[in-house]
Write a protein that binds this ligand. Structure first.
Ligand code: 13P
Ligand code: SF4
Length: 321
């Protein structure tokens, strides 16, 4: 068995016959990282054979943006979707930023264009625009400040405004509005194709089947789903909740690889897995991470006219504590 300690970590998710090819890619990625002074940043939704083997840093969108801003590596491979790699590039214009599959998109990022933001500004003159990081650089460039699900409340409060446009995730905007009742939040109608599929009935059925179940939901879920949960937060906040509270049985109402990754670190906790996969996150594989480091496919580039204003919106977000 190649790399037996790593296989032991992911053995419940990778079949023995799959491992030799993965182990070869993992060893080669490790060599290329050393040779190129490269790091792999992996989102919490990446498959366990990536998350638990080749990632140097793992986290939610906010953590990945902060780490991208702080790293002294020459090359960053963003094992996540395209907007995450674009954010890393905005914060590191002189570094090589690679996304292993350029088609790894996001239904939220696809739900709004820069022209849409300009129309909203005409309709709501003077109202600040807060844009979720799950957007293109062109949309960020039209925005005053970005946010993630991990800092949306602090970002909205930091503006001190009575009304705010919060784009493009309608449900994140509605879930945030409940926590900041003093601010009128105007939403767009974008949705995450993974989280919009959860229903309150899903949660009630899980609770009936597993008495004592603790339910954690991502705020991209519809508000009526969040209302049925015990806690709502970003992927990092959900992971921290499991670590800090150690529930006997837990359901993470979010993309399902997240449960696999957290469960590996908490073998005594029973994870109930409502399984909705993100097809975009699934495009990233060990094979294409290796290929990215071997060939520089796919280098992220950003139109210089957009990069300045988009970077400002991300940097303003990172300055909010
Ligand atoms: P987090 O910022 O909570 O990691 O969420 C990112 C994302 O794409 C959720 O679908
Ligand atoms: Fe986008 Fe939803 Fe996939 Fe996250 S889970 S990357 S919000 S489509």
């Amino acid at each position: 068995m190649l790399l037996p300690e790593l296989y032991a970590r992911v053995q419940h998710h990778v079949l023995p016959f799959e491992w030799p090819a993965h182990a070869t890619d993992i060893a080669e990625i490790a060599r290329l990282k050393r040779e190129r002074n490269a790091v792999v940043l992996a989102h919490n939704y990446q498959a366990p054979e990536i998350f638990h083997t080749v990632a140097d840093i793992v986290g939610d969108s906010l953590a990945l943006a902060r780490e991208a801003a702080a790293t002294d590596a020459d090359v960053i491979v963003l094992a996540g979707v395209h907007f995450m790699a674009e954010t890393a590039k905005l914060l590191n214009p002189d570094k090589t930023i690679l996304v292993p599959d350029a088609a790894a998109g996001c239904s939220l990022a696809d739900s709004i264009t820069a022209a849409g933001v300009r129309l909203l500004r005409e309709r709501y003159p003077g109202v600040p625009v807060v844009t979720y990081v799950n957007t293109s650089a062109a949309v960020k460039a039209e925005s005053d400040i970005c946010c993630t699900s991990g800092n949306a409340v602090s970002v909205i409060r930091s503006l001190g405004a009575e009304r705010v446009l919060m784009l493009p995730d309608e449900y994140l905007a509605q879930n945030t509005a409940r926590l900041v009742p003093e601010v009128e939040i105007i939403a767009w109608k974008g949705h995450c194709e993974v989280h919009e599929r959860f229903t309150p009935a899903d949660i009630r059925e899980m609770r009936d089947a597993y008495p004592g179940l603790v339910v954690l939901a991502h705020p991209e879920c519809p508000p009526e789903v969040v209302a049925e949960a015990d806690f709502a937060g970003s992927t990092a906040a959900m992971s921290d909740y499991v670590t800090n509270h150690g529930p006997a049985k837990v359901a993470l109402v979010t993309e399902c690889s997240m449960s696999d990754n957290v469960a590996i670190d908490h073998p005594d906790i029973e994870f109930i897995r409502p399984c909705n996969l993100c097809p975009h996150m699934r495009r990233i594989t060990l094979a294409n991470i290796r290929q990215a480091l071997e060939t520089d496919m796919h280098r992220v580039t950003i139109d210089p006219a957009l990069a300045g204003p988009a970077r400002l919106a991300v940097e303003r977000m990172l300055a909010v504590r």
